[in-house]
Write a protein that binds this ligand. Structure first.
Ligand SMILES: Cc1cc2nc3c(=O)[nH]c(=O)nc-3n(C[C@H](O)[C@H](O)[C@H](O)COP(=O)(O)OP(=O)(O)OC[C@H]3O[C@@H](n4cnc5c(N)ncnc54)[C@H](O)[C@@H]3O)c2cc1C
Length: 761
C-alpha cells in the first residue's frame, strides 16, 4: 500500500497534472456518443491480442421458421409487385397497392414486438428482408428500412413510456401511422447537435385546455418518408427560460412524437434524391404547440435526445445500409459475371480478357467480405450487443465496397449500363450509391473522426478510465483512479510491445491462430497486425493526445487498420462457419491479400506521417523490421476468383443468395440475363467443338457435320437470348423530350393548316 501511495504521489501526480492540462474537456454530446451502445469485439481488437476462439464461438446469424416463411412469402410477393423502372421514371412513387401490401403484411413493424401487433423479428430477419427487398428496388428497400430503423418505433421500445408504447407501437406496426425521423436541418448536417430547431416550455392551448407544453419552431430537410409521414420523431433543442420545470433554462436535445396533423406543421414537398423516388422532403414547424407528454420517454427523457439517438444508431446503422449494400454488391457481382460471359467482343466473351478479370475478381471479393461482416454484425446484435464502433465500421466499409462494386460493374458493362431504360438493371444501383455513403453518418466524417476517435476512447482497455479519472471533479478520487489505470496501461503497453516484436520479427509466423483453423497463416498475420495496431495506437494517443482529433488523416488510417482487423476476421470466420468449402479458398485468399494490402497502406501512412518521428521509428523497429508487408493477389489467383462469377455453379448461387432475379414479372432484365447466361454456358461445349475445327460460323459447322442440327438450334437459342441482353432501350423522341413533342404538335398543326388552305384553294 505504501509503495502504491508513494508511486501515486510522486510519479503519477505530475503525469496527472500534465495530462489534465493536455486533455481537452469532453463535451456533453461527445460523452453521450462515447457512452452510447456497448463494447464488443472492438474491445478485443484494441487489446492487440484478440482471442480468435471467442470470435469463432459466436453463433451464426439464423432465421426462425416463421422468418424464413416471411422471406419466401410476403417478401417475394412484394418484389413481384414492384417494377423499379415505373417507380422511378413514371409513377415517382410506389404504387398504392404496394403501400397497402407493406402495411397489411406489417413490413413497417418488423422490429416491433408481437405483443404490440408487430412481427417481433430478429435483427437477422430484419437485415435479410431489407437485403432482398433492396435487391428488387432501392425505393422499396429504403421505404421498408426507415420505420424499422430510427423511425420512432426503435426509440419508443427503448425509451418510450408505457402509455406511449401502448398507443403508438400498435399503430406503427400495422401502418396506421407512417413514421419518419427528423434530425437534420440546413445548419446542422454532420454536426447535427448544432441544430437551431427549438422547443420553448410555455403555457398554450391543447384540445381546448390551457396546459404547460412546448412551443416548437423548426426547419428540417432530407427527411425520408417526411412528405407522407403522420408522426415525426422530432429532435430539437429544448429551453425553459422561465424555469417552469425547475431544471434551468437550457435543457438540451430532446425528441418529441409530433403528429403531422398538429397546427403549424407543414410537410408534403419532395426532394428528389438522385432520381431515386422514395419519399423524402423537408418539414417545417411554426409555433407548433405540443403537450409535455408527447416528449419521447416523458419528462425524464428531456435533454436525453442525443444519447437516445446514438444508442439507437449503434444498432440501426449496423443493419440498414450494410444490408442494402450487400444487396447492391450481390446484384453487381452476379449480373456482371453473367454479362461478362454472355457479351462477346473480338469473338470471345469479354470475361476472358485479363483486364476484365481483375474487376470481376474484386466484385466477387466484395460480396464475400460485405456479407461476412454483415452476418457477423447482425449475429452480435441478435446476441444483444449494441457495438457502436463496429456498427460505424460496417456502415462505412459496406457502403464503400458497395460503391466500388457498382462502379466496377458499370465499367464492365460499358454502354449497356449507361443507357437507362427498363432493360438497365444497374442504373438505379449506381444513382443511389451516394445516398448510402451520405446517410447515417456521412462516410468521410465516419472514417476520419468516428471509427478510431470513438474506438480509442470507448474500446481501448484503459483510455476511457483515464479520461474519466482526469475529468473527475474530486481531484483526489480522480488521481487515485488515474494511478490505477495508467500503471495497468503501462504494463499492457509493454506486453503489446513484446507481442508486436515477436510477431513482427518472425514475419507473422509466431502468433496465435484459433485451434485447428483451416487457414492458420492468415489468422497469424491478423494476430501480428493486431499487436502492431495496438502498439501504434498507444503511441499515437500518447504523442498526439487531444490533437489526434484534428489529425484526421492519422485517425482515419488507424481506423482503417481497426476496420480491416474486424472485416478480415469476419471473412476467416465465415470460411470456418460455412464448413471450409474448398471452392471458396481462392476467394478467401484473395480477400485476405487485398485486405492486408489495404492495412499495409494504412500502417505506412501513419508511420510516415506521425509527427513524433521517434515513436514512428520505434514502432517500425519493433513491429515491421523489414517494412510493412503488402501482399497482393497474384494474377493466377485473380483469374481463379473471376471464374467463380462466370460459371453457372452452386457456388455462384451460394455467394449471391436471396437476391431478386425477376421471378413473377413477365419481363425483367435480370431474368433475361440469367436465362441467357444459362443457355450460353450450356452451349459452351458446342462452341468448343467448332473452335477445335477452326470454324466460326454455326451454319457452316452444321453443314460440315461438326455440330448436329439440335446443337445448331441450341446455339441459335443462346445467341438470341444473348442479343436480348445486349440490347438497350430507345424511346420515341417525343416521349423523352416535351420540346420535341411540342415541336411535333406544332408541325402537325402547321401541316393541317396548309392542307386545309390548299384544299380551299
Ligand atoms: C437521401 C437522404 C435521406 C436522408 N434521410 C434522413 C432522415 O430520414 N432523417 C434525418 O434526420 N436526416 C436524413 N438525412 C440527412 C443525412 O443524415 C445528412 O445528409 C448527413 O448527416 C450529412 O449532412 P449534410 O448532407 O448536411 O453534409 P455536411 O454535414 O454538410 O457534410 C459535408 C461533407 O463534410 C464532411 N464532414 C463534415 N464534418 C466533418 C469532419 N469533422 N471531418 C471530416 N469530414 C467532415 C461530411 O462527411 C461530408 O462529406 C438524409 C440525407 C439524404 C441525402
Amino acid at each position: 500500500m505504501s509503495l502504491r501511495t508513494f508511486r501515486r504521489d510522486t510519479i503519477t501526480r505530475p503525469i496527472f497534472k500534465w495530462a489534465s492540462r493536455a486533455t481537452p474537456p469532453i463535451s456533453g454530446t461527445e460523452r453521450d456518443a462515447i457512452e452510447a451502445g456497448t463494447v464488443w469485439w472492438d474491445g478485443e481488437l484494441f487489446t492487440g491480442n484478440p482471442d480468435w476462439n471467442k470470435l469463432l464461438a459466436m453463433p451464426p446469424a439464423k432465421l426462425s421458421a416463421e422468418e424464413q416463411a416471411f422471406m419466401d412469402g410476403p417478401v417475394r410477393e412484394l418484389c413481384a409487385m414492384v417494377n423499379d423502372w415505373n417507380v422511378n421514371w413514371e409513377d415517382r412513387d410506389l404504387p398504392r397497392e404496394v403501400w397497402d401490401f407493406l402495411r397489411e403484411k406489417k413490413f413497417f413493424g418488423m422490429i416491433i414486438p408481437k405483443k404490440y401487433g408487430g412481427l417481433g423479428f430478429s435483427n437477422t430477419a430484419h437485415s435479410e428482408v431489407v437485403r432482398t427487398v433492396s435487391s428488387c428496388s432501392v425505393v422499396a428497400g429504403v421505404t421498408v428500412m426507415v420505420p424499422n430503423s430510427l423511425g420512432p418505433g426503435e426509440l419508443l421500445m427503448h425509451f418510450g413510456t408505457d402509455e406511449q408504447r401502448d398507443y403508438w407501437l400498435p399503430r406503427l406496426a400495422d401502418g396506421r401511422e407512417i413514421p419518419c425521423f427528423a434530425l437534420t436541418s440546413p445548419d446542422a448536417g454532420s454536426d447535427a447537435a448544432a441544430m437551431t430547431d427549438t422547443g420553448i416550455v410555455e403555457y398554450g392551448e391543447w384540445e381546448g385546455e390551457k396546459i404547460l407544453g412546448i412551443r416548437l419552431n423548426f426547419h428540417k430537410r432530407y427527411i425520408t418518408l417526411g412528405p407522407i409521414a403522420t408522426v415525426v420523431g422530432l429532435a430539437f433543442k429544448m429551453y425553459d427560460p422561465e424555469n417552469h420545470l425547475g431544471r434551468g433554462a437550457e435543457l438540451g436535445i430532446t425528441v418529441a412524437l409530433l403528429p403531422t396533423s398538429t397546427p403549424g406543421v407543414t410537410h408534403g414537398e419532395r426532394h428528389i434524391p438522385q432520381f431515386t423516388h422514395f419519399q423524402n422532403g423537408p418539414l417545417y414547424g411554426k409555433d407548433v404547440f405540443l403537450p409535455l407528454d408527447l416528449i419521447l420517454g416523458g419528462e425524464k427523457q428531456i435533454g436525453e435526445g442525443w444519447k437516445m439517438l446514438m444508442t439507437a444508431l449503434a444498432a440501426g446503422r449496423g443493419i440498414s445500409l450494410p444490408s442494402q449494400s450487400a444487396a447492391a454488391a450481390a446484384i453487381c457481382a452476379r449480373a456482371t459475371g453473367a454479362y461478362a460471359r454472355v457479351r462477346t467482343q473480338f469473338d470471345v466473351p469479354i470475361g476472358m480478357f485479363e483486364g476484365i478479370r481483375k474487376p470481376l475478381a474484386d466484385l466477387a471479393a466484395n460480396i464475400y467480405l460485405i456479407d461476412a461482416a454483415r452476418r457477423l454484425t447482425i449475429a452480435a446484435l441478435d446476441e444483444r450487443h449494441r457495438p457502436s464502433v463496429i456498427s460505424a465500421i460496417i456502415k462505412f466499409h459496406a457502403t464503400e465496397h458497395m460503391r466500388e462494386s457498382v462502379e466496377k460493374a458499370m465499367d464492365i458493362h460499358g454502354g449497356k449500363s449507361i443507357i437507362d431504360g427498363p432493360r438497365n438493371y444497374l442504373g438505379s444501383q449506381y444513382r443511389s450509391a451516394p445516398i448510402g455513403i451520405t446517410v447515417e453518418g456521412a462516410n468521410i466524417l465516419t472514417r476520419n473522426l468516428m471509427i478510431f476517435g470513438q474506438g480509442a476512447v470507448r474500446s481501448h482497455p484503459y483510455m476511457l478510465k483515464e479520461m474519466l479519472a482526469l475529468a473527475d471533479e474530486d481531484e483526489k478520487k480522480g488521481l487515485d483512479a488515474f494511478d490505477k489505470a495508467i500503471w495497468r496501461h503501462l504494463g499492457h503497453a509493454f506486453a503489446t510491445a513484446g507481442r508486436a516484436f515477436v510477431r513482427g520479427w518472425s514475419g507473422g509466423r509466431i502468433g496465435p491462430a484459433p485451434d485447428g483453423a483451416a487457414m492458420p497463416g492468415y489468422w497469424k498475420q491478423l494476430s501480428r497486425h493486431a499487436a502492431a495496431f495496438a502498439l501504434l495506437a498507444d503511441f499515437a494517443l500518447l504523442t498526439l493526445g487531444g490533437a489526434l482529433k484534428r489529425k484526421e488523416m492519422i485517425s482515419a488510417r488507424l481506423g482503417d487498420v481497426l476496420a480491416e482487423l474486424y472485416l478480415l476476421g469476419a471473412v476467416l470466420k465465415r470460411f470456418e462457419t460455412e464448413g471450409r468449402r474448398e471452392e471458396d479458398r481462392p476467394i478467401v485468399a484473395y480477400v485476405m491479400r487485398q485486405g492486408q494490402g489495404r492495412m499495409a497502406a494504412a500502417f505506412a501512412g501513419v508511420l510516415d506521417n506521425l509527427p513524433a518521428r521517434w515513436a514512428a521509428y520505434l514502432v517500425r523497429l519493433l513491429a515491421f523490421p523489414v517494412g510493412v508487408p503488402a501482399p497482393m493477389p497474384s494474377d493466377e489467383l485473380t483469374n481463379a476468383v473471376a471464374e467463380t462469377l462466370m460459371k453457372d455453379s452452386p457456388q455462384r448461387d451460394r455467394l449471391t443468395p436471396d437476391i431478386y432475379l425477376g421471378e413473377g414479372h413477365k419481363e425483367h432484365p435480370l431474368k433475361d440475363l440469367e436465362q441467357a447466361f444459362k443457355l450460353v454456358t450450356a452451349a459452351a461445349s458446342i462452341e468448343k467443338k467448332m473452335r477445335e475445327e477452326h470454324v466460326g460460323d454455326p451454319q457452316v459447322a452444321r453443314d460440315k457435320g461438326i455440330i448436329s442440327a439440335a446443337e445448331f438450334e441450341q446455339l441459335a437459342e443462346a445467341k438470341a437470348a444473348a442479343d436480348r441482353v445486349v440490347a438497350v432501350d430507345a424511346f420515341p423522341m417525343e416521349e423523352v423530350s416535351p420540346i420535341a413533342a411540342q415541336h411535333r404538335q406544332k408541325k402537325a398543326a402547321r401541316n393541317k393548316r396548309s392542307t386545309r388552305s390548299e384544299a380551299a384553294e
